[in-house]
Design a protein around this ligand. Structure first.
Ligand SMILES: *Cc1c(COP(=O)(O)O)cnc(C)c1O
Length: 367
């Protein structure tokens, strides 16, 4: 059996480091915020090459609190890719902003400055580019476009911890960026976790208030905040795992390169192209008849996923936006054709070959 993501293997490989780190938190009872969180925030800021990192409860909150700190509210428009995880948009929606979707580039499946430019109006407050599947968006032209118009860029870096664009880390380009440490992410906690990164000291200060009930100090509430704090156990796990992240990402690149070669040989379309150094959070291929491939994967006990089966505008939750089927043909086409294959650092070459073999046999029977 080859799982889609095998977190157990990773745990076994770091158990000896992670257990003492968790025990230390249990012994000093720094359960919420406190020194383990502060240490991780410093380490992760340094890793990303940003001045400030603020730990929060999850990636969805990271996006929401970043939007709140940017004063997103009713009357504002926030630009989001049509093909992303719904969490990219939820925070802005909850603050009363209108979500404006843009189609991604056909080859990279990432949004571009050209696509965004067409969607900008005088009401556009924030653009949220998503480094989808671990692939860095071509972010420099987006930052340039937005800064010329006074629009903030909020990078959704939930899938791209450690990815690089022009030598710098994803999440260090925008006004602010949001990370998720959901267990299956490239850097994942043992529960929920998230972080917000920024080089803007005033914004960082506001975010620190917002994540902790708006408290300047205990019971002194200067803004209407959220309860969205990273906990000490998660921070301790994340500090241990951060030390392995580059090696894990390097192994993901090897796996992706092996997949790329095998699929190129069999003429199967892959989705590895990006504008920088991907960390391959997901490995996606495109097939004409997905329903003919997945039973073969199931039969051979190989995990798979679909990212994402429903484009943003087709979610019942976003029916209020008034979009219709056909409005984002590329995102719709992608949602019907994409198939994500097992991808995690502990996969062996032999397993990669077995996955590719399964796809090959599906393709040869005429898929
Ligand atoms: C995982 C993810 C999120 C949300 O993170 P959670 O920690 O699960 O709340 C947001 N955006 C993208 C692109 C994601 O993949």
């Amino acid at each position: 059996m080859i799982r889609f993501v095998d977190l157990g293997r990773q745990y076994k490989s770091i158990e000896a480091e992670v257990r003492p780190a968790m025990d230390a938190v249990l012994n000093n009872t720094a359960f919420i915020l406190g020194s383990p969180v502060e240490a991780f925030e410093r380490e992760f800021a340094a890793y990303c090459g940003v001045e400030h990192c603020i730990g929060v409860a999850n990636g969805t909150d990271a996006l929401a609190i970043a939007c709140a700190a940017l004063d997103v509210g009713p009357g504002d428009e926030v630009i989001v890719p049509a093909n992303t995880f719904i969490a990219t948009a939820l925070g802005a929606s909850h603050l009363g902003a209108k979500i404006v979707l843009v189609e991604a580039d056909e080859t990279t499946n990432l949004i571009t400055a050209e696509g965004i430019a067409k969607a900008i109006t005088p009401r556009t407050k924030v653009v949220i580019p998503v480094h989808l599947f671990g692939k860095p968006v071509d972010i420099a032209p987006i930052v340039e476009l937005c800064s010329s118009k006074g629009i903030a860029v909020l990078e959704d870096t939930a899938q791209a911890h450690g990815a690089r664009y022009k030598g710098k880390r994803a999440g260090s380009f925008g006004t602010v960026s949001a990370f998720s440490f959901y267990p299956g992410k490239n850097l994942g906690a043992y529960g929920d976790g998230g972080a917000i990164a920024t080089n803007d000291a005033a914004l960082a200060k506001k975010i620190r208030l917002l994540r902790d009930l708006g408290q300047e100090r205990k019971y002194v509430h200067t803004v209407k905040g959220y309860n969205s704090r990273l906990d000490g156990l998660q921070a301790a796990v994340l500090s241990v795992k951060l030390r392995h992240l580059d090696a894990w990402n390097a192994r993901r690149r090897e796996i992706a390169a092996r997949y790329d070669k095998l699929f190129a040989e069999m003429g199967v379309k892959t989705n590895s192209a990006s504008s920088g150094e991907s960390v391959h959070h997901l490995y996606c291929i495109e097939v004409d008849d997905r329903d003919a491939v997945t039973p073969i994967l199931d039969e051979r006990k190989i995990g798979w996923g679909i990212h994402y089966p429903t484009p943003m505008h087709m979610h019942p939750a976003y029916a209020d936006l008034g979009y219709r089927e056909g409005d984002f043909p590329l995102a719709e086409r992608w949602s019907r054709r994409t198939l994500s294959l097992p991808m995690f650092a502990e996969m062996t070459d032999e397993e990669v070959d077995r996955v590719a073999d399964a796809v090959r046999s599906a393709v040869t029977v005429g898929v």
